[in-house]
Every structure is written in structure tokens, then in C-alpha cells.
Write a protein that binds this ligand. Structure first.
Ligand code: HEC
Length: 289
């Protein structure tokens, strides 16, 4: 096998290995970053929901307490406020979803779907679990969901324990069928935030492609440069030297000059062969005379 082939094969192997390792590592890092960004988005949405809940309880409800005796205003309910806030947002960003998924909801729109009910049951089974993060396929693409449990406390039972205890105006509005019978400290549902994954993932994929293409570009240029250098600095000179030595071996003593232009290893070898030729010529002259 020619030297250049051996060299190229080795170089190609090294490049391929480096390319694969860089590919796997950067892919993992980029995907992890993208996912982290999505989780961060979801957490931010969760915090916004919690803030709107707190705001409603602390600032809106006290103002309307007297009103509530005559007519029940859902606007004073934190769950309603948070859900409505995100419904407004969904008009512009339909892929972002917030839901107070509840097993036995007062408002049927909050009823947990199958996959949400599974999450609620995870929280019910392990009270120490305060957050669940997962991924699922939706009609608009893959989405990441983040869920936190909703627990019923003493204040909640005023409205959610039984029809007798609940404000009459509320029962009038929502009916007696749903949203009652919640127990103290029971996990009755989960706040579920759903964030689309497509945009950050697409951006990560784009970055990955650009990185791998530029890496391939650097590899190809290095490859070509090394090949050219090998050809000029080694192969061409060794071939010339071999040809000249060949001529000498056939007896054509003055066919070529053994002049080295550089003092590198091949230059030294050229000069050594040159001296050898000179000695050979002298020895032959001595023999002839
Ligand atoms: C003044 C009565 C009242 C109190 C107090 C109250 N809720 Fe509600 N809650 C409601 C009403 C009414 C709804 C339905 C709102 C709607 O139409 O979306 C509701 C809805 C919810 C929902 C959404 C699921 C559903 O039932 O539709 C959750 C979750 C919830 N409440 C949890 C709580 C928790 C937790 C507390 C205590 C911290 C609490 N609620 C206190 C009246 C109340």
C-alpha cells in the first residue's frame, strides 16, 4: 500500500472517531440545554399561575366579599383566575396550556383527562412528591409538562366540602353535583403546565447541524492541507530520490544530482546517498585503473 493511502486511512479513521465523539457529546449537551430551557419556561408559567392565584385571594376577593352574599363571582376564585389568565394567553400562544386538573371539579372544564388523572394519582400515592416533569405527544407536536399537586386545606373546605357548608350562591351557580366531598389535606388535583418543545428543540438541532458542518469543513481542509504537505515534503522527494538511486544501481552514474535543498531528514538522506554515489564512483575508478 502506498504511503499516502496508509496515511490517509489513518487520518480518516482518527477524524471519523473525533467526529463521532464530538457529535455525540454536542448532541447530548444541546438537547439537555434545550430541555432545561423548556423546563424553565414551564416553571415560569407555573410561578405566574401561582402569582395570579395569590393576587386573587389577597387583593380581589376581599373587595368583593359583600357582593358574594348576593351573587357568586367566579372571579374571586383563585383557580378560576389562574385558568382565565392563561386562557387569555393561549389566544396568542395556543400551544401553552395551564390547567388545574381535578378529579372531582366544580367546573367541568377542570376535569382531569386520563393522563392528568394518572399524574394526580402519582401525587396522591406519594405525598412527598412535589413536582412531576414529563413529555408527551400532542396534536401540535411534542410537549413538556410540569405538574404540582393541589392540596385541600381548611379554607378550601368552606366551599369544597359539602353542599350544606358551601355558599348558597355558589351552589346556585355551579349546582350540587361536583366539586364537593374534598377532604382535609387531600391531594384533589394538580396544576399542570404544558409547554411546546418544538421551537427550542428545532433550534438545538439547527445549532447541531451548523456545528457538525463546520467541524466537517475544518476536517476536510486539514485533510487536504496535510495531504498536500505530505506530498510536497515527503512523497515527491522520496520518489525522486528512489528514481535517482535506481538510475545509479543501473550504472547511470551521472544521471542525477543528489543535492539536498533542505536540512531535514530526507535532505540528510539525499546527501548521504550522494556521498555514497561519489565513493562508489571513486571505487570503480580505482578498480578500472
Ligand atoms: C369561595 C369558595 C371557594 C373557596 C374558599 C375555594 N374554592 Fe376552589 N373553587 C371554587 C369554585 C366556585 C370553583 C370553580 C371555578 C370555575 O368556575 O373555574 C373552584 C375551583 C377550584 C379548582 C379547579 C377545579 C374545579 O373544582 O373546578 C381547584 C383546584 C380549587 N378550586 C382548589 C381550591 C383550593 C386548593 C382551595 C383552598 C386553598 C379552594 N379551592 C378554595 C370555590 C372555592
Amino acid at each position: 500500500m502506498k504511503l499516502i493511502w496508509k496515511f490517509n486511512l489513518l487520518l480518516f479513521g482518527i477524524f471519523l472517531l473525533g467526529f463521532a465523539i464530538a457529535g455525540v457529546v454536542s448532541w447530548r449537551v444541546l438537547q439537555a440545554n434545550a430541555r432545561e430551557e423548556i423546563v424553565q419556561n414551564a416553571r415560569l408559567m407555573m410561578e405566574a399561575a401561582l402569582s395570579s392565584r395569590t393576587y386573587t385571594t389577597a387583593q380581589v376577593k376581599p373587595l368583593l366579599d359583600t357582593q358574594l352574599k348576593y351573587v357568586f363571582l367566579p372571579q374571586t376564585v383563585p383557580a378560576y383566575a389562574a385558568t382565565e389568565l392563561f386562557n387569555e394567553m393561549r389566544k396568542k400562544h395556543p400551544d401553552y396550556v395551564y390547567k388545574e386538573a381535578t378529579l372531582n371539579p366544580t367546573n367541568p372544564r377542570d376535569r382531569a383527562s386520563d393522563w392528568e388523572a394518572d399524574i394526580v394519582n402519582v401525587f396522591r400515592a406519594s405525598p412527598d412528591n412535589k413536582e412531576v416533569v414529563g413529555e408527551r405527544d400532542t396534536p401540535t407536536g411534542r410537549a413538556l409538562y410540569l405538574a404540582r399537586p393541589i392540596q385541600a386545606t381548611g379554607t378550601c373546605l368552606v366551599c369544597h366540602s359539602s353542599i350544606e357548608v358551601a355558599p348558597k350562591t355558589m351552589v346556585d351557580l355551579y349546582g350540587p353535583a361536583n366539586g364537593f366531598g374534598w377532604k382535609m389535606n387531600e391531594v384533589i388535583g394538580a396544576q399542570v403546565v404544558s409547554v411546546p418543545m418544538s421551537v427550542p428543540i428545532a433550534r438545538a438541532n439547527q445549532t447541531f447541524r451548523t456545528f457538525m458542518l463546520s467541524l466537517a469543513g475544518v476536517f476536510i481542509v486539514t485533510f487536504l492541507l496535510l495531504d498536500a504537505m505530505l506530498h510536497v515534503m515527503v512523497i515527491r522527494r522520496v520518489t525522486r530520490l528512489a528514481k535517482a538511486a535506481d538510475q545509479v544501481s543501473l550504472g547511470h552514474m551521472d544521471a542525477s544530482e543528489f543535492k539536498a535543498r533542505s536540512r531535514d531528514e530526507i535532505g540528510v538522506l539525499t546527501e548521504a546517498i550522494g556521498r555514497m554515489k561519489t565513493s562508489l564512483v571513486q571505487a570503480m575508478k580505482m578498480l578500472e585503473s
